[in-house]
Design a protein around this ligand. Sequence first.
Ligand SMILES: NC(=O)c1ccc[n+]([C@@H]2O[C@H](COP(=O)([O-])OP(=O)(O)OC[C@H]3O[C@@H](n4cnc5c(N)ncnc54)[C@H](O)[C@@H]3O)[C@@H](O)[C@H]2O)c1
Length: 286
Amino acid sequence: MKILITGANGMLAKAVKEKLNKENELICTDVEDLDITNEQAVLDYVEKTKPEYIINCAAYTAVDKAEEAGEIVEKINADGPKNLAKAANQNNSTLIHISTDYVFGGELEIQKDYKEEDPKNPVTAYGITKLHGEEYIKQNTTKYYIFRTAWLYGEGNNFVRTMLKLGKEKPELSVVNDQHGSPTYAEDLANIIYQAIQNKIPYGIYNATNQGYTTWYEFTKTIFEYAKINCKVNPVTTEQYIEMMKVTQAKRPKNSQMSKQKLLDQNITIPNWQDALKRYLEKELN
Ligand SMILES: NC(=O)c1ccc[n+]([C@@H]2O[C@H](COP(=O)([O-])OP(=O)(O)OC[C@H]3O[C@@H](n4cnc5c(N)ncnc54)[C@H](O)[C@@H]3O)[C@@H](O)[C@H]2O)c1
């Protein structure tokens, strides 16, 4: 099968390429070959290559920088998916797009998790533009999957790598304990995408993270436990962290927990986050 991947140099794309390259013809592009904000270029490229699937891994992902970056964020996160949706629709391709927990407000009580159709209330430039991207896709094509993920790590700079480094350098660390979500291994998200294609699950929007919920503090403690790193971890609130580190940052959702029941109902296998972390560390530390 012919599959076009956009943003192919990114962290998720690396895992997607590894998962799909054996059985498929992959056309891998990043901004230098195909800028997804250029509508005509996207329409022409898809018309020329005629892929059965387009997997959009391109995005403006710097959440804090996005607050000040102006219209480029909307262009990449909203107009990009719109262009791809139009091109997919014209060529009868299926569009697979990745969205985020940031489309929700994050204020849901911690005992609950977000279902796909729950009200959206993004409060950051990143979240607002990612939601626009979702809406444009729905308006411009019918054959699409939108997978909302969160707390992604894989081949590239990510939270786990940062903690492994800091944990070896410092005797103790303060990590926030009031943001709740699911760390997600890019390899497992790639496998969810693979299964969705294989099983031809119904088109639509799906929450797609690893299973189980934790906080950044608990996650860090588990990283150090598995990696046998001796570093004390202190739980702090987001407010305390901002005060201690003297950082200005975009608002973080307190609750990023998203139910995967819709994917599970389609018999999609989703490992829990501890299992995923063990597999990642095996690769990362060897
Ligand atoms: N990283 C996370 O924690 C996280 C969390 C939730 C959702 N997501 C979503 O997952 C997806 C993948 O994220 P990632 O962390 O792998 O991203 P990444 O930042 O590693 O990669 C993004 C890629 O997009 C490319 N790109 C940027 N602008 C482009 C343009 N105009 N045209 C073509 N390519 C362009 C970049 O060059 C880069 O290779 C994104 O949609 C992101 O919003 C990520």
